[in-house]
Design a protein around this ligand. Structure first.
Ligand code: ATP
Ligand code: MG
Length: 290
């Protein structure tokens, strides 16, 4: 059935982004625990309806690598748009690497390999649906209790992208050089962002701003992304992983492979056929029972 605002109980607050708040909620009629993202709505009802129509496309997005969508509706006296999605108990990769940092742990290559595989397969799936993610970063990659890795928050509604662009300026750290130079979004731009994401998760800290440059003004940061080499992973990581990240961070989008081609990379091949118990990784990280 259709989701209605009055059918939900708020259980907890999961996080806050530039565009809105995410809460863990119970949908009483179905008994399903969901994640509800609330985004401040444009007051124009025609725009609101257009956004809801475009979000309905998410219903058709069914893949093990994409967070499932339950529905979207106008909420809180029509002041917010609520997007209800699968609740991922282990949180985002940002939550996960910060937890690792706290524990003084480093994420191993098996987990990084499975992460890269899930993101690439999710991007291939979106590409088949004629969609580009546009916002690959650790906070938009979620993990379930059993260790499945899934993408969320992709650019499904052009109207929502427009309306958000007017109200806030998000982080530009993950933006590919060609985007900074004004080129339209292409699948290759998501691969750039994947490279930065893997460095961040591998090192327990963002790749940008570069170490020692924390005072960069926004213009200098964008100039850095376009012209300066991004840091490489240290040589205690495998040659395959270091090359994978290097290929993702190819400055020229014409020379940077798309997601389908990246799946042929030696780093992916190495982990595609190797079992990694991601459920166990999550249980150990959060100290959950077997
Ligand atoms: P930004 O607004 O800059 O994109 P963000 O991605 O962190 O940042 P949100 O998308 O609002 O902002 O998400 C906030 C946090 O909520 C995430 O970092 C994550 O911890 C949590 N979260 C989001 N969606 C889910 C979900 N489906 N299941 C569990 N936790 C979630
Ligand atoms: Mg997000």
């Amino acid at each position: 059935g259709e989701l209605k605002p009055e059918d939900f109980d708020i259980l907890s607050r999961l996080g806050e982004g530039a565009a809105g708040t995410v809460r863990q909620v119970l949908h009483r009629p179905s008994g399903i625990v969901m994640a509800k993202k609330s985004i401040t709505a444009d007051p124009d009802t025609a725009i609101q309806r257009q956004i809801l129509r475009e979000l309905a496309f998410l219903r058709a997005c069914v893949s093990p690598y994409i967070v499932s969508f339950y529905g979207a509706f106008l909420d809180e006296e029509d002041t917010t748009i609520a997007i209800c999605m699968e609740y991922c108990e282990a949180g985002s990769l940002e939550d996960i690497y910060k937890k690792c940092k706290e524990l003084g742990a480093v994420i191993g290559e098996g987990v990084l390999g499975k992460l890269a595989i899930a993101v690439l397969k999710g991007l291939v799936y979106l590409h088949q649906q004629k969609k580009i993610h546009r916002d690959i970063k650790p906070s938009n990659i979620l993990m379930t209790r059993s260790g499945e890795i899934k993408l969320c928050d992709f650019g499904v509604s052009g109207e929502l992208i427009n309306s958000l662009a007017q109200t806030f300026t998000g982080t530009k750290y993950y933006m590919a050089p060609e985007r900074i130079q004004g080129a339209p979004y292409a699948v290759q731009s998501d691969i750039w962002s994947l490279g930065l994401t893997i460095i961040e998760v591998a090192q327990n800290r963002p790749a940008l701003p570069p170490p020692g440059y924390s005072q960069l003004a926004i213009f200098e940061l964008l100039d850095f992304i376009v012209h300066q080499p991004i840091e490489e992973l240290p040589d205690d990581r495998s040659a395959e992983l270091r090359d994978f990240v290097r290929v993702c961070l190819t400055k020229d989008p014409a020379k940077r492979p798309g997601p389908a081609m990246m799946l042929n990379h030696a780093f992916i091949q190495k982990w595609e056929n190797t079992n990694v118990d991601l459920g166990k990784f999550v249980r150990q990280l959060y100290d959950w029972p077997e």
